[in-house]
Ligand binder design. Structure first.
Ligand SMILES: *Cc1c(COP(=O)(O)O)cnc(C)c1O
Length: 468
């Protein structure tokens, strides 16, 4: 046996190689309140309930109560409309999956209508649950869903219409009332994906921001997803899926009595469900309360507003769309490579997330701004300006035209694993290469690959990573 302190020391050493989850320097994946007691409370509550199993709420009534409390808190925040029910899930993707699953059996060969900016979780849902996806182009400049085009895309096979509040990629709010009205008129369900905005936009509104309506007060909205592990600043592993009525929710529940074991009764995709994330979220939400969240929203709002105007002052940078929330995506002029800017930021201790070009959306860098970013905006902006200068100085990242041509001609459907291994090695992503320090050359090559090929290449890469 290895003594616990030795094992923990090893774990700490491993964690030291990760991106920092606190301090505001990682502007993707993590949501930092900047309040250490929030983290310690979450961890303590997690430890208290992690052995309890949400599989049977009658055996663990504490979990039942905490889940009902969280659903009620989310429902109060998102319109406070009577009749709203919900489920706590493991994350935003699971909430979106269940919203689609709940709707699926409404038509014989079902489809979902979604803007091209909807989160890829809906692509996953269509893939897993066998629905057709009708991707509706968004406004090419504002990146907001086009309500007339969405309405026109609804047909007799549509079981769900989706809008984002806001979209992840650009942080812009879709015109929910218009889209919901079209869905209502056709008798189709309408889901608002507020995974990333649902716990912060209501507070922005209280702080005086102009936030167009997107919650259950909008006629036609039948479900909303909101992640607790984003702007509710809870430890990872919790989201809420709300439905306007218990009847709408029932179709994502699952029961099986047709086997010799216990009757399996599930509200979500999971069956055994750790009480840990739920208890952690319950504790954090209880601790912070509306006044705590209002303060955190105020800090995040101040930070995002300073960062956005700072970006607009850096020559050559341009913010995409009109972000309403805590997300900012910006692109650059032709004089430098944005992937190099990301690498330069990394060298200066900041993680910013590159996004590839997609339809009218150019290649860009994405920032998830949280309360913890307040106070270091100037430092961030100074490093960003320096990184842009460095990228200009470094010149363009060129992909050998022969390689680009070769890649463009590849058909992911007919390539073998060996050929992929060769390609990955050529791209610097070979199985024994380890993780490269500078991603710009790799991203530049990946950017030349059409999306299906990029998906396949990165899946091969993932498979290589997850080989013990
Ligand atoms: C984060 C996010 C999701 C997916 O959530 P996960 O918790 O990462 O599974 C879905 N939709 C939007 C808009 C998001 O921002």
């Amino acid at each position: 046996m290895n003594p616990p302190d030795v094992v923990l020391a090893e774990l700490r050493a491993l964690r030291a190689g990760d991106l920092p989850t606190h301090g505001g320097r990682t502007l993707a994946y993590v949501y930092d309140s900047g309040m250490s007691e929030v983290d310690s409370l979450g961890a303590a509550a997690h430890a208290l309930a992690s052995s309890a199993n949400g599989l049977d709420p009658t055996a663990f009534p504490s979990l039942l109560k905490m889940e009902n409390d969280l659903v009620l808190a989310a429902s109060r925040l998102l319109g406070d409309v009577p009749g709203v029910v919900g489920s706590v899930t493991s994350g935003g993707t699971e909430s979106c999956l269940l919203a689609v699953l709940a709707a699926r059996d409404g038509r014989p060969s079902p489809s979902i209508v979604l803007p091209t900016t909807a989160h890829a979780a809906f692509h996953k849902a269509a893939h897993l649950f066998g629905l057709r996806r009708i991707d509706v182009p968004v406004d090419p400049v504002t990146f907001r869903a086009d309500p007339a085009a969405m309405a026109a895309a609804i047909d007799d096979s549509t079981v769900l219409v989706v809008a984002s509040a806001p979209s992840y990629a650009h942080g812009v709010l879709d015109p929910v009332p218009e889209i919901a009205a079209a869905a209502l008129e056709r008798g189709v369900r309408m889901h608002v994906d507020a995974c990333i905005g649902g716990w912060v936009l209501p507070y922005f509104a209280r702080l005086g921001a102009d936030v167009p309506p997107f919650d259950f007060r909008v006629p036609g909205v039948t479900s909303i997803s909101v992640d607790l592990h984003k702007y509710a600043y809870c430890p990872k592993g919790t989201s809420v899926l709300l439905h306007a009525s218990a009847e709408l929710r029932r179709t994502h529940y699952f029961a099986s009595a047709s086997w010799p074991g216990y009757t399996m009764l599930n509200t979500t995709i999971q069956s055994t469900r750790s009480g840990g994330p739920l208890a952690a979220a319950w504790a954090v939400v209880n601790h912070l309360g509306s006044d705590g969240y209002l303060k955190l929203a105020s800090a995040a709002r101040e930070a995002v507003s300073r960062i956005r105007s700072g970006i607009e002052e850096v020559p050559g940078l341009r913010v995409l769309g009109d972000p309403v929330s805590t997300l900012v995506a910006f692109t650059g002029d032709d004089g430098f490579d944005l992937f190099t800017v990301a690498d330069e930021m990394k060298a200066r201790g900041w993680y910013v997330q590159p996004q590839f070009a997609h339809l009218s959306s150019p290649v860009n860098l994405h920032l998830t701004v949280t309360a913890a970013n307040h106070g270091s905006e100037k430092e961030f902006l100074a490093d960003l300006a320096a990184s842009v200068d460095a990228a200009r100085g470094a010149g363009p990242v060129t992909v050998d035209p022969a390689v680009a041509e070769f890649v463009a001609a590849l058909d992911p459907a007919t390539l073998t694993s060996e050929q992929f291994a060769g390609l990955l090695a050529a791209a610097g992503l070979g199985s024994d290469a380890g993780l490269p320090d500078r991603m710009a050359p790799i991203n530049a090559l990946l950017a030349t690959a059409p999306a299906p090929l990029r998906e396949r290449l990165l899946l091969e890469f993932l498979g290589a990573l997850y080989t013990p």
